[in-house]
Design a protein around this ligand. Sequence first.
Ligand SMILES: Nc1nc2c(ncn2[C@@H]2O[C@H](COP(=O)(O)OP(=O)(O)OP(=O)(O)O)[C@@H](O)[C@H]2O)c(=O)[nH]1
Ligand SMILES: [Mg+2]
Length: 302
Amino acid sequence: MALARLLTAVERGDGQAVESAFALPVDQSGQVVGVTGSPGAGKSTLIDAVVATLRAVDERVGVLAVDPSSPYSGGALLGDRIRMMRHVGDHGVFIRSLANRGHLGGLSVAMPSAVRAVGACGFTTVLIETVGVGQAEVEVVRQADTTVVVTTPGMGDAVQSGKAGVLEIANVLVVNKADREGATETARDLRDMLRWAPTPAGGWRVPVVTTRADTGEGVEELVEVVRSHRSHLEDSGELARGRAARSVAEFHAYARARVLDRLDRSLAADTGRALTEAVADGTLTPAAAADRLVAGDGRPQG
Ligand SMILES: Nc1nc2c(ncn2[C@@H]2O[C@H](COP(=O)(O)OP(=O)(O)OP(=O)(O)O)[C@@H](O)[C@H]2O)c(=O)[nH]1
Ligand SMILES: [Mg+2]
């Protein structure tokens, strides 16, 4: 499939493929939904249930997961694949994991291109799964129009989410595993916590939805709430503003990646090697050498 090949190239940081993904028309009608939360909270199971709900009304859905083999997360990719297996063979569903292959820019460059490519291929809703443990994941979820944070019963998890800064990025909060003890209390505690949060610019109050991902309980409500967040974004003008800000951030990520790439090449070239030697034998200070390298003045002395 062409899309799968394109994403492999995008993941590798292949400049040409990235260009073609970049040139793809941006479909403004869709919705990019980030799903994050602690390992094992039920994100994949929930995404699988959301996909089933959207397929029931014939919507095409793309799912992008951050490959846990990357240094960014530690979940179980195999498990994710198995959990979403029922959608394999459905042409209305595209599921793909993206790994951080360690190329310059990494996922901060690959993810936006991948999201755009999937959207441009007619998958109107794109779901991104990441484990909400590090700043890198938070950055990946920033690609989304709407961010869903999945927690489970037990204040520990919710407080932990708060500490990790995950609650601040939530547009929708889910208490999954509603069959477990304490689900009602956790939802109530989260609502209490949210009451103290400052009202965001657009006036959206973060709803708390209780779900059982494994049976699909509460998932229709979750889909409705996610949709209403999109309407809210559109009505308030935040959708366009957010997307514009993301394009600018993506431009910066590309620029940074390209400058670093060029820098690595000049360090390896004659100029860089001469400067490196000059620093090593003490004839040039490290800072002066850096200035010369960046200025394109390779003379190690004088
Ligand atoms: N009891 C119960 N178990 C659930 C529920 N939702 C998911 N699970 C189970 O929780 C486990 C983890 O679910 P996943 O969907 O893999 O969780 P995840 O957040 O994607 O996990 P990682 O990607 O590894 O971070 C699986 O065994 C699921 O079957 C639920 O509502 N109730
Ligand atoms: Mg998962």
